[in-house]
Write a protein that binds this ligand. Structure first.
Ligand code: ATP
Ligand code: MG
Length: 776
């Protein structure tokens, strides 16, 4: 053990050697946070802490597996096997299974993925006869998701007039009812969605003190990686579990908090010291991952953020090469440039494909990259996008298997009841659904008793329904005696699924058969692996749980040598010798959807910091002057983030025009005493004078999101915006209440209030500090 500890620097050793009590390690990218966690766990075990008493929560299951492997190298496989490690979702899914009965769920509950949830919400919206253009299923789902992650249950929702009012203002007065129906339907189907895994864990720990005690007693040492991206629900779970022994160690980097848009709360890391007593705080400063040039360039970018903890990151590594910046004419040219560089570097520096990563802001950008890589015969792997398990044919087969485990699983049943076609039409399914809701039974149960219920079905349909029930039941019998692979193979054949695809005969059909074979291979690996590890047969339910919770990185099991393509969000925690950050353009990165408030822009900047700091030796920033977006060729301009890097760290491979955008062309008077060096572009529009926001303003939390263009001779109207001098008579837009007119202003500073008459909802007095107002 000593050997591994001595491989750490002194600052890293401190949190490893501090055995008990609450502690936080805050440090920049590449400084060894994850490594500290690994060695710390091994050290705890070598000091006699039982592996059963350690819980480690990571960002992906893959990260957990790797950590476990490293720990196994130090303490031995037999010991490491008993560690509880994984993502929040996978660890707590496991706990929920063993405690499910307390919450009224079956222990074999299904986990609905986002696709299942959105489909179910769509069905509910239809049943309620609501307009699906107003109640868009995806939007409704994300709203419900955010409620769940803030622990706002249906009951809490209906006890909170403000939330209801807010949804009503957003023209969705029946959102609460949809939420309620959705929750009821999931419960009836014995299903939890992703957010439930956290919400129900919280419910379990709050409602059942003896269960809380049990897990507090079990998890005497808790460790959390990437703590900066925990949401409220996750935060509460960690707090509850660590409350008794207070042996909690979290590591993170506020500068890498990039999931705010999904409810992650950066305050969890900022407030950690307030949440526990006698918190030991550790800082790591030395970066081991990247060249000096990359570390310093990344520092110079993140320095532009106002909301941050002061941190030092330095490295003893070589200076390395400057960051290369390249301009292309179109996105396809950009793809060709990247593929060409990879090709050349492979030839000249003997690099392998796996040493390159291409990172982008949005999944859609992968297309141009893929085309170019294919033309050069460079193998690549895309992470994210439509995952393997969400492909139609895979999901269909999985849904048969889900149904075998849990016949109440409505989403699975609806998906496969008539595929391959067996003459059970939509009308029949609708009748079944209505009957199921009426009798408060599952659709499957209704089908089992179809003889005794009068649904006005003809005898042929009844027979077909009974045949389906018999088929599923026969699978259940097989499941009791055979392993998951045998059953899956049997299901793929006996349902007629493979035959159907063979009949199809198109290249797509053949590709689908191959995918199913791939799925069966995966199940085989799983069952074989299980025999090796536990001496037990691979249980189907465990396989399905693994699949439901697999993140895209998790499926990276093959060791084929490929270039990695993924979004920056997915790249968190990873490292590659060479990194291309592509699509460095205004409106794309920073994203047009995330530029309206300072905090959004700062989150984009953190994302850029994450991107840059993935690189070990070489980073490229590339952009195109035009690209296809939403089917149209659109002009684009280089991202402001390129210019935010100190020029000394960059090497321009092509001419790069920047100054025209960043020289403020504005009268002094307009900004008064504002420091002009801090002016920067909000959103340039070619041909019209640029619009600026300043680093000094807005001073309060008022989000002034749309600034009118400032012209060089008459900008005085906007001057008061920079100063937040809203005046009576201003027409404003409020996120929740819509359009309104300011009638009156009172108070000053943080207490300043505005009385606003809204077109809908009447007069309201709002504290400007919190109000989200756009002046229009
Ligand atoms: P991120 O913020 O990106 O998650 P991190 O702080 O978790 O980064 P690690 O991934 O743990 O950093 O470490 C970055 C790299 O530096 C890894 O390759 C790791 O093996 C290496 N490293 C960390 N500490 C040391 C050390 N003391 N000596 C040599 N290499 C080290
Ligand atoms: Mg890490």
């Amino acid at each position: 053990m000593q050997k591994y500890i001595s491989q750490l620097n002194e600052a890293q050793q401190a949190p490893v050697l501090q055995k008990d009590g609450p502690m936080i390690v805050i440090a920049g990218a590449g400084s060894g946070k994850t490594r500290v966690l690994t060695v710390r766990i091994a050290n705890l075990m070598s000091q006699g802490v039982d592996a059963f008493n350690i819980l480690a929560l990571t960002f992906t299951n893959k990260a957990a597996r790797e950590m476990k492997k490293r720990i196994a190298d130090i303490v031995g496989n037999a010991e490491a096997k008993n560690l509880w490690m994984g993502t929040f979702h996978s660890v707590f899914a496991r706990i929920l299974r063993s405690e499910a009965d307390k919450l009224g769920y079956p222990s074999n509950f299904t986990i609905y993925d986002a696709q299942d949830s959105v489909r179910l919400i769509g069905a509910i919206i239809k049943e309620m006869q609501l307009d699906k253009d107003i109640y868009k299923p995806k939007q409704v789902f994300s709203k419900i998701s955010s409620y769940k992650n803030s622990l706002i249950t249906v009951k809490a929702y209906f006890n909170n007039p403000e939330l209801q009012e807010s949804d009503a203002m957003a023209k969705k007065p029946r959102l609460g009812e949809i939420y309620q129906n959705y929750v009821e339907r999931c419960f009836k189907a014995g299903a939890m969605d992703f957010d439930d895994l956290l919400l129900k864990t919280n419910e379990l720990l709050t409602r059942f003190p003896e269960v809380l005690m049990k897990y507090q007693d079990r998890f005497r040492y808790i460790l959390v990686d990437e703590y900066q991206d925990t949401n409220h629900s996750q935060y509460l779970i960690v707090r509850a579990l660590s409350d008794r022994f207070q042996n909690i160690c979290v590591v993170g980097d506020d500068a890498q908090s990039i999931y705010g848009f999904r409810g992650a709360n950066i305050n969890n890391i900022l407030n950690f010291q307030k949440d526990y007593e006698n918190v030991k705080m550790f800082r790591l400063e030395q970066n081991y991952r990247s060249s000096k040039n990359i570390v310093e360039a990344a520092n110079s970018v993140i320095d532009k953020n106002k909301t941050k903890l002061d941190k030092v990151v330095w490295t003893a590594n070589d200076f390395g090469q400057k960051i290369k910046v390249n301009r292309s004419v179109t996105d396809n040219d950009e793809g060709r440039f990247v593929a060409g560089e990879i090709w050349t570097q492979k030839m000249t520096n003997q690099m392998t494909n796996g040493q390159f990563a291409i990172l982008y802001r949005t999944n859609a950008q992968s297309r141009a990259m893929e085309d170019a890589l294919r033309k050069r015969d460079i193998p690549y792997r895309i992470y994210g996008g439509l995952s393997f398990y969400q492909r139609k044919e895979i999901k269909d087969v999985l849904c048969y298997l889900r149904l075998v485990i849990n016949t109440k699983d409505e989403e699975a049943l609806i998906r496969v009841i008539n595929y391959p076609a067996r003459g059970i039409g939509d009308t029949t399914v609708e009748k079944l659904t209505i009957a199921a809701n009426h009798y408060k039974r599952s659709i499957f149960e209704v089908m089992e008793h179809i003889d005794k219920i009068d649904l006005k079905l003809n005898s042929g349909t009844k027979t077909r329904l009974q045949d389906f029930v018999t088929m599923i039941k026969s699978f259940q019998v097989i499941n009791e005696t055979q392993d998951a692979f045998f059953l899956a193979d049997h299901v793929a054949k006996k349902t007629g699924y493979i035959q159907e695809l063979k009949k199809d005969g198109t290249p797509e059909g053949i590709a689908r058969i191959e995918n199913i074979e791939e799925l069966l291979n995966g199940i085989k690996d799983f069952t074989d692996g299980q025999v090796e590890v536990d001496g037990a047969r691979g249980a189907l339910s465990e396989f399905l749980e693994d699949v439901a919770l697999a993140t895209d990185l998790d499926k990276d099991t093959s060791d084929e040598d490929r270039v990695a393509l993924m979004t920056i969000h997915l790249a968190k925690g990873l490292e590659f010798p060479t990194v291309f950050v592509v699509g460095m353009e205004e409106d794309l990165f920073p994203s047009a959807m995330s530029m309206s408030t300072r905090s959004e822009l700062e989150e984009e900047r953190r994302l850029f910091y994450v991107a840059l700091t993935r690189a070990e030796h070489q980073a490229y920033l590339t952009y195109a002057q035009s690209r296809y977006r939403w089917g149209k060729l659109t002009d684009s301009e280089p991202s402001r983030f390129i210019e935010e890097i100190d020029g000394e760290y960059l090497e321009y491979l092509t001419p790069h025009e920047t100054n025209y955008r960043y020289k403020p062309q504005i009268d002094h008077d307009i900004f008064g005493d504002v420091d002009k060096s801090k002016l920067r572009l909000a959103k340039p529009i070619t041909g019209t004078p640029p619009k600026y926001i300043t680093d000094n303003e807005p001073k309060s939390d008022i989000n002034i999101r749309k600034l009118k263009p400032v012209s060089s001779n008459s900008g005085s109207n906007n001057a008061n915006l920079f100063d937040n001098k809203l005046v009576a008579g201003n027409i404003v837009m409020h996120e929740r209440f819509g359009k309104g007119e300011i009638l009156n202003l009172e108070g000053a500073g943080a207490d300043k209030k505005a009385e606003i008459k809204f077109e809908v909802g009447g007069i309201k007095k709002l504290l400007l500090r919190f109000a989200k107002l756009d002046v229009i």
